[in-house]
Write a protein that binds this ligand. Structure first.
Ligand code: HEM
Length: 405
């Protein structure tokens, strides 16, 4: 087959999931991993891209500096029209390459380092305790996303950044639009501008009311000429969005997965102090909420596993598929909270690996045990096929999770 014909006949990515197995990646992935691990796909707008599905290849490519994260390069594999347009209007270090990326990321590493986040564990516990009591006070069935998942994660990221929690509805709603693969251009650009204005006001306010928070830290870096105002605003909106919606999705989806696997839940709750950290890694692997792959564009020809990715071609490193590769995780479709899953790729790999992973980890390690200790008889109030999964969002999860106890 000629290359042109190969592209024209290639399947459209993202593939749909089989919602009878809402925790599994699309079933097409396992066939590709076996037969065509670096394959041709087309995106929503016809743009061709390479889809990489095996664990070793995904890791190799994500560590390769010849792959760029620059969304403004022609041929970059955007998830959708709205996401693409919004990403182009605000440039963050998520979409920069080294050394520029590293310079920006370094400004924030202290705020999110493991030691600092560990010190916040008691505070995270306070928010988790308050959230489960809030859930208990609601009439049944109550929505776990609104009562627990979003409040814990939004409170924590708001405190770290110096954003008033009272504004949570505003920023949660805009984050949903900006992370939606199906939002249109106009809607995304409007949300983008509103968030920019929100932070402009806040950054100005913090100049006269500084605190031990990230906004004040970035303000002082601005004074030293290290970062511009626009870069500050862009960084803050990345942190606020990435810092709550992601882990909230993981709280809700992880809770549902535990409810669907009562033996695993019982194992976890028999000794959460010793088991929660490992269990969280396995839930992260099994659910891979960062489900649309890490997207890159090649800046030079790259030979890998018998294929040549040409300069200018888009690459989707499918970390959801990699996390189900039997060569990296025996019996990959089994949720086994006792396994060592720490090498999963849910937080990405390489230079862009998630900056907020220490925070996400501690939040999850605290929330699941707190929730199931308080509600040992927690149940989903709807069957699986009636639940609303976030299928087109950048991060997979649930729009809401009605529960009873
Ligand atoms: C379960 C929760 C989370 C998941 C699954 C997740 C996933 C990811 C992934 C896959 C990447 C890599 C993107 C790429 O390779 O292109 C990433 C990057 C990033 N994440 Fe997270 N994330 C989570 C929570 C958080 C939290 C709580 C924060 C807090 C601020 C955060 C901040 C960031 C930032 C700033 C980056 C960009 C890093 C860079 O480009 O150097 N994330 N995240």
């Amino acid at each position: 087959m000629t290359e042109v014909a190969e592209v024209a006949e290639s399947p459209i990515y993202p593939f749909s999931r089989d919602m009878r197995c809402p925790f599994a990646p699309p079933s097409a992935m396992s066939g590709l991993r076996r037969d065509d691990p670096i394959s041709r796909v087309r995106l929503w707008d016809g743009t061709p891209a390479w889809l990489v599905t095996r664990y070793d290849d995904v890791r190799t490519l994500l560590a390769d500096p010849r792959l760029s994260s620059d969304v403004s390069k022609p041929g970059y594999p955007h998830l959708g029209a709205g996401v693409g347009a919004a990403q182009k209007t605000f440039r963050t270090f998520l979409n920069m390459d080294d050394p520029e990326h590293a310079r920006h990321r370094r400004m924030l590493t202290r705020a999110f380092m493991v030691k600092r986040i560990e010190a916040l564990r008691p505070r995270i516990q306070e928010h988790a305790d308050a959230a489960v009591e809030e859930l208990a006070s609601r009439p049944q069935p109550a929505d776990l996303v609104a009562a627990v998942a979003l409040p814990v994660t939004s409170n924590m990221i708001a405190e770290l950044l110096g954003v008033p929690y009272e504004d949570h509805e505003f920023f949660q709603e805009r984050t949903v639009v900006l992370g939606s693969g199906s939002a249109d251009v106009e809607e995304s650009l409007r949300a983008s501008e509103e968030v920019q204005d929100f932070f402009r006001t806040l950054v100005e306010h913090k100049r006269t009311h500084p605190g031990p928070d990230v906004i004040s830290h970035l303000n002082s870096l601005q004074d030293d000429g290290e970062i511009t105002l626009t870069e500050t605003l862009n960084t803050l909106r990345l942190l606020l969005a990435a810092g709550h919606d992601t882990t909230a999705s993981m709280i809700a989806l992880g809770t549902l997965a535990l409810l669907q696997h009562p033996d695993q839940l019982a194992w976890l709750m028999a000794d959460p102090g010793a088991r929660a950290a490992g269990a969280v890694e396995e839930l992260l692997r099994y659910l891979t909420i960062s489900h649309f792959g890490r997207r890159r564009i090649a800046t030079a020809d790259i030979e890998i596993a018998g294929r040549v990715i040409r300069a200018g071609e888009g690459v989707i490193a499918a970390n959801d598929s990699a996390n189900r590769d039997a060569d990296a995780f025996p019996d990959p479709d089994v949720l086994d909270l006792g396994r060592d899953a720490r090498h999963h790729l849910t937080f990405g790999f390489g230079t862009h690996q998630c900056l907020g992973q220490p925070l996400a980890r501690v939040e999850l390690q605290v929330v699941y045990p707190t929730l199931f200790r308080r509600f040992p008889d927690l149940r989903a109030a709807e069957p699986l096929d009636a639940l609303r999964f976030k299928q087109t969002s950048v991060f997979y999860g649930l729009h809401d999770l009605p529960v009873t106890w």
